[in-house]
Design a protein around this ligand. Structure first.
Ligand code: FAD
Length: 458
């Protein structure tokens, strides 16, 4: 048998979820934590992200509760001047490295085992040396339940003939030449980033073929900003649109009119609603790509053609096909966060996984009894379709009402930058903020009731 280590908690996964949970837990309880990750460091999927990725929303909403990611700066230059800074992958990984060193390991209460696989029952096996460690912990925290699926780790979901160049998006920066055509496969944030990166690097829009199996709705980044007046105005716009909506599609069209949602092609009704944020300048750039293939999912890539579920298209003999077709978000079923075998981290308020994991850490440290913790913090899902999006809003709103009913959580949540709806004590109540709050109060309940009907919920 290998080494035995005792701890109060074993946290499996040191990505955004595991880090936010552990940070809030040790800040509010005197406990010992063993954290493990099969990757070589903390940071989770960001360690294997494509080189040109950035957070899609403000840095302030991401990371751990105790330590701001970035310095809360508003961008002064470039196409996003006026919007809050968004960290790059190296910045995110460096930040998590500092949090690990200074706040976690430095506190003497966290031990981190990088490069170890948790194989079950508290048993860790090194992926380098084969060394085994047994962790005897009071509680296990599953911080990989919603770990995203990324192109660097998931092979393309289509067959590839010999002699065809298919690259994961990570390799796009190493093209090393200029093919006459680049075929981008995927409709989500990764594909969007790949197209923008190509265009920003001078590739002619006519040289890009974009295979979009589904059309995406995206959130307008300008309205998802860490400013209570801006964020709560967006929330008010959303519930007012919901209140009047007759269907999921009608809801999104209303949100588009209100400046909350964006779509690339206004002649097509999107069916996908994972809703990453997008800036207006990106939208303008994306609309310059005219060769868009909407024939469903790619089944096979041959030397001069793509076979898709809905037909075939010709591609250039020297085309490079870029795999941006991993699912990204994972749609595991909702389970109670405090379970018999593990604490399973999931979002609580709509979206914002870092806030959800930090909230779970705070609640674990400060509230007694799993039943009560689950009552206060039910999980909420990620969305894939417009109908899912309505359900996500309803469940996230119910969870928010629930956790805010506890005075201790309410006081904590008001001070945490990760909480997008926080109005920190002392923030001046501008007329814009008061107006947003008034509109929210008037439409929240009828809007949520309508969203529940749209989602087919009781
Ligand atoms: C490209 C991209 C951009 C994104 N941008 C944003 C954004 O801007 N804002 C936002 O809120 N969300 C964003 N997301 C959503 C994403 O879900 C969250 O950002 C978050 O990083 C997910 O963190 P996680 O800890 O759940 O998963 P991960 O980062 O994947 O961490 C889970 C960790 O668990 C480890 N692990 C798994 N199994 C084991 C095992 N058996 N033993 C040991 N270790 C194990 C894995 O190695 C991994 O490091 C983005 C996602 C992607 C793919």
């Amino acid at each position: 048998m290998g080494t035995v280590v005792a701890a109060d908690y074993l946290v499996v996964g040191a990505g955004a979820a595991g880090m936010a949970f552990t940070d809030a837990l040790i800040d509010h309880a005197d406990v010992r934590v063993v954290m493990v990750d099969r990757r070589h460091s903390v940071g989770g999927h960001w360690l294997d992200a494509y080189p040109f990725v950035r957070l899609h929303q403000a840095s302030r909403f991401y990371g751990v509760a105790s330590t701001l990611l970035g310095d809360g700066r508003v961008q002064q230059r470039g196409p996003e001047a006026g919007l809050h800074e968004r960290a790059t992958a190296p910045e995110i990984c460096a930040y998590y490295g500092r949090v690990l060193r200074d706040r976690m390991v430095g506190s003497g209460r966290v031990e981190f085992y990088p490069g170890y696989e948790h194989v079950g029952d508290g048993r860790l096996v090194s992926r380098v040396s084969g060394k085994q460690i047994e962790v005897r912990a009071r509680r296990v925290v599953d911080a990989r339940y919603l770990a995203p699926l990324i192109p660097a780790e998931v092979p393309p979901p289509f067959e590839v003939d010999d002699g065809v160049s298919v690259l994961p998006v990570n390799a796009l920066v190493d093209l090393g030449g200029a093919p006459s055509q680049v075929v981008v496969v995927g409709s989500g944030k990764t594909a969007t980033d790949a197209c923008i990166w190509l265009l920003e690097n001078g590739v002619d829009p006519g040289a890009i073929c974009w295979v979009r199996p589904r059309e995406p709705w995206m959130l307008n980044r300008a309205v998802v900003q860490p400013d209570p007046a801006v964020f709560l105005t967006m929330a008010a716009d959303t519930v007012e649109a919901a209140r009047a909506a007759t269907s999921a599609d009608d809801l999104f069209l209303r949100l588009e009119d209100a400046g909350v949602m964006l779509r690339i092609d206004r002649s097509v009704t999107p069916t996908m609603a994972k809703t990453p944020t997008l800036a207006q300048w990106e939208l303008d750039r994306l609309r310059t790509i005219e060769n868009v293939v909407r024939l469903g999912h790619v089944r096979r890539v041959g030397p001069t053609r793509l076979a898709l579920s809905g037909g075939e298209v010709r591609i250039a003999p020297d085309a490079v096909v870029v795999h941006c077709a991993a699912a990204g978000l994972r749609y595991s079923p909702l389970v109670p966060i405090w379970g018999r075998d593990a604490i399973t981290l999931q979002p609580i308020r709509t979206g914002f996984p870092c806030f959800g994991a930090a909230l779970a850490g705070f609640v674990e440290a400060t509230i007694d009894g799993d039943e009560e913790k689950n009552r206060l913090c039910p999980p909420s899902p990620y969305s894939d379709t417009p109908t899912d999006w309505a359900r996500m809003q309803v469940l996230g709103d119910r969870a928010t009402t629930s956790f805010l009913s506890d005075p201790g959580i309410r006081a904590w949540a008001a001070t945490v930058p990760l909480n997008p709806a926080a109005i920190p004590p002392g923030v001046p109540r501008s007329a814009e903020l008061e107006r947003a709050l008034e509109r929210l109060r008037a439409s929240l309940r009828p809007g949520m009731a309508r969203l529940a009907e749209i989602a087919g919920m009781a």
